[in-house]
Design a protein around this ligand. Structure first.
Ligand code: AMP
Length: 432
């Protein structure tokens, strides 16, 4: 199948030819005709499947006709959970839309708002935004939605994980009812489905990565090792295996900084990307990594989510993630778009529970390979997979006393206790 047969016109086909894409990826073959036909879409797809082009290409096609955006208006709104993902979607739009005369801009938090207000002044055809900053701009009358034709919700599951549900609901309430809706999510949990019901209308459903499976092109293995020897083992692997660029995941920001110092001291060009770094530093670090001036990028899960780094051959889990699903997201950074990749986990005995959860989720044991000289003193127990189907949750019984949220909705007992005992919000909410 060719891109031309999907109904895309010359300027877009030329931009794709510049990228040397041979043919559409599976999600693109399915999504592009549906979006061109004006249908709503609900797609289960991870980063690496070509999902960004799957919505960007038909949207660009549709935007090339129709009324241009007036002052402060946006015709298409793409919401993303993180700043990095917003920037990447923006880059994709510029790449694929290079031969079209369309205006687009990207807005996110952590940087000055004034240049973003200026960019919106004349109106934009495409606006890519993180939820918090979009609402700030709306509240300052910098953006309006009278002309909005299409809403894209990218990585909906991550939006919910990061506690953006209220912002999303608020944003949706500001949009015209008559619009096209495209929703993308790596997974479709019950929570995501509930959100989907309020957004998409009779959608075309596409699933390109079966739920909870990992990309087949990624060779996965684990290396049992004592916790304190992990930094030395990683240094050893980087040198002896002659790894090129590697994305390394740590559980914490402090862990990321410690490891970065360790590797740098060994003469390996390393930088960290995490929530404590300013947006400018994160953007520059990512650019340096993409340019190859940094060999090792150490990242926490939130910072790395959705990062699109071309042809990344190697991912290392320096720590296993607590949330098993994050393992799938992490290794989705390699073996992308049909290329092969390798994901190695350095696992110490104290991480055995996390390992069991991951292996149960992906439904197979990870192959173990010991590295000579780094065999652990604290042996990693043998894996035991729990493949029992998850029991459906029992419906909640109404509880007394009933406490009301600001918006009038009742909350469950657990949440009530949290609300009463701590003043902190229930969910982490990242400012964007
Ligand atoms: P995404 O899933 O949107 O993060 O895209 C993953 C990567 O695949 C990006 O680097 C794209 O440039 C690349 N890509 C997207 N579509 C194609 C295609 N049809 N052929 C080859 N590479 C592609």
């Amino acid at each position: 199948m060719s891109f031309a047969s999907l109904g895309l016109s010359e300027p877009i086909l030329d931009a794709l030819a510049d990228q040397e894409y041979q043919s559409p990826s599976p999600i693109q073959s399915e999504a592009i005709p549906a979006v061109l036909a004006g249908r709503d879409l609900m797609a289960a797809a991870q980063t690496g499947t070509g999902k960004t082009a799957a919505f960007t290409l038909p949207i660009l096609e549709r935007l090339s006709s129709g009324e241009r955006a007036q002052a402060n208006q946006a015709r298409v709104l793409v919401l993303t959970p993180t700043r990095e993902l917003a920037a990447q979607v923006g880059e994709n739009i510029s790449t694929y839309g290079r031969y079209l005369v369309l205006r687009s801009t990207v807005v996110y938090g952590g940087v000055k708002i004034n240049p973003q207000m200026m960019a919106l002044r004349r109106g934009v055809d495409l606006l890519v935004a993180t939820p918090g900053r979009l609402l700030d701009l709306y509240n300052q009358n910098a953006v309006k939605f009278k002309q909005l034709e299409v809403l894209v919700l990218d990585e909906a599951d991550r939006m919910l994980d990061l506690g953006f549900i209220d912002d999303i609901r608020k944003i949706i309430s500001l949009l015209p009812k008559q619009r096209q809706n495209l929703m993308f999510s790596a997974t479709f949990s019950d929570e995501v489905r509930t959100l989907a019901k309020t957004i998409v209308n009779n959608p075309v459903e596409i699933s390109v990565t079966p739920r909870n499976t990992t990309a087949k092109t990624v060779k996965q293995w684990l290396c049992p090792v004592d916790k304190k020897r992990k930094p030395d083992l990683l240094t050893h692997l980087i040198k002896t295996e002659q790894w090129g660029q590697v994305l390394v995941f740590t559980k914490t920001k402090q862990g990321a900084d410690r490891l970065t110092r360790h590797l740098s001291n060994k003469g390996i060009k390393t930088a960290a990307i995490h929530g404590n770094k300013s947006q400018a530093v994160r953007t520059n670090t990512l650019a340096d990594f993409k340019a190859g001036t940094i060999q090792i990028l150490v990242a926490t899960d939130i910072a790395a989510r959705g990062l699109d780094i071309d042809q990344l051959p190697q991912v290392v889990n320096f720590d296993l993630p607590h949330v098993a699903q994050d393992y799938i997201h992490r290794i989705g950074r390699t073996g992308r778009a049909g290329l092969s990749g390798e994901a190695v986990s350095l696992v110490s005995a104290d991480e055995f529970d996390d390992l069991s959860k991951i292996e149960s989720l992906i439904k197979h044991e990870l192959k173990r390979e010991y590295v000579g000289g780094y065999e652990p003193v604290h042996e990693l127990p043998q894996s035991r997979l729990d493949l029992r189907p998850k029991k459906p949750k029992k419906p909640k019984k109404p509880k007394k006393p009933k406490i009301e949220h600001k918006d009038g909705q009742r909350v469950g007992k657990q949440k009530q206790e949290k609300v009463i005992t701590s003043k902190k919000p229930i969910k982490r909410r990242r400012r964007t």
